[in-house]
Design a binder for this molecule. Structure first.
Ligand code: DC
Length: 222
């Protein structure tokens, strides 16, 4: 079974997708981590983000692998090197839109993402999973939450990593990212017509997971 979870930053996708996959005993795939890993490589190479051909060349020669750690979290390998920590740094978050807006890079990523479904049942989360990567998925969800709620969640997450930014700045960053994600020409963030929309603003993690599980059980009864 393929389950897709799309939605904006801070809507709870990663946590929910990981817990859901654990509960169902299937593979969890975080596609944002792939875009982040490639962005990190470009930053490290000091390549020009305006040089689209160069970025495509780098993407074509890049190996990104997601592996499960013992505690079920995802370890991200960039050309065989563990980059799980560095890909979450603000400089990566701020630059990833360059890469995510290039159609030929998205094509490469989508091809790679589709490979995962050959092996196993999966829960895959991102921005275009229900619309572009797996339009045929059995169950699609679109998670959303109010910008302030998403900013507070992001703030908490960053604090746990020792990064301190005030909530107002994060709201601004989140709104900027929303606009970029929703308005790009290729693979924009959009709810698939057949996706179930869930506003998680007033829900805790377990409530959201239970809600998704109930929908999946309904699907299995069909
Ligand atoms: O989910 P995240 O914040 O880790 O994603 C990082 C960036 O990657 C985000 O700004 C949008 C982009 N992204 C994308 O364009 N398509 C996806 N399927 C996943 C992420």
């Amino acid at each position: 079974m393929i389950i897709t979870i799309d939605g904006p930053a801070g809507a709870g996708k990663s946590t929910i997708a990981r817990l859901l996959a654990e509960k169902l005993g299937v593979l969890y795939v975080d596609t944002g981590a792939m875009y982040r890993a490639l962005t990190l490589k470009i930053l490290r190479l000091n390549a020009d983000f305006e040089d689209i051909e160069r970025l495509i060349e780098i993407a074509s020669g890049t190996d990104i692998k997601l592996k499960k750690s013992e505690d079920q979290s995802t370890i991200v390998f960039l050309d065989e090197q563990d980059v799980t920590g560095p890909i979450r740094k603000p400089e990566v978050t701020n630059a990833v839109f360059h890469v995510a807006g290039i159609a030929r890079i998205r094509d490469l990523m989508v091809k790679f993402q589709r490979e995962y479904a050959r092996i196993d049942s999966i829960v895959m989360e991102g921005r275009d999973i229900g619309t572009v990567v797996f339009p045929q998925a059995e169950k699609k969800f679109y998670l959303d939450a109010k910008p302030l709620v998403r900013a507070r969640r992001r703030n908490l997450e960053l604090k746990q990593k020792g990064i301190d930014i005030n909530t107002e700045d994060i709201v601004k960053q989140i709104e900027d990212r929303d606009i970029r994600d929703k308005t790009r020409d290729c693979g924009p963030l959009k709810k698939a017509e057949d996706a179930i929309y869930i506003d998680t603003s007033d829900m805790d993690i377990q409530e959201v997971v239970n809600c998704l599980l109930a929908h999946i059980k309904d699907e299995e009864k069909k």
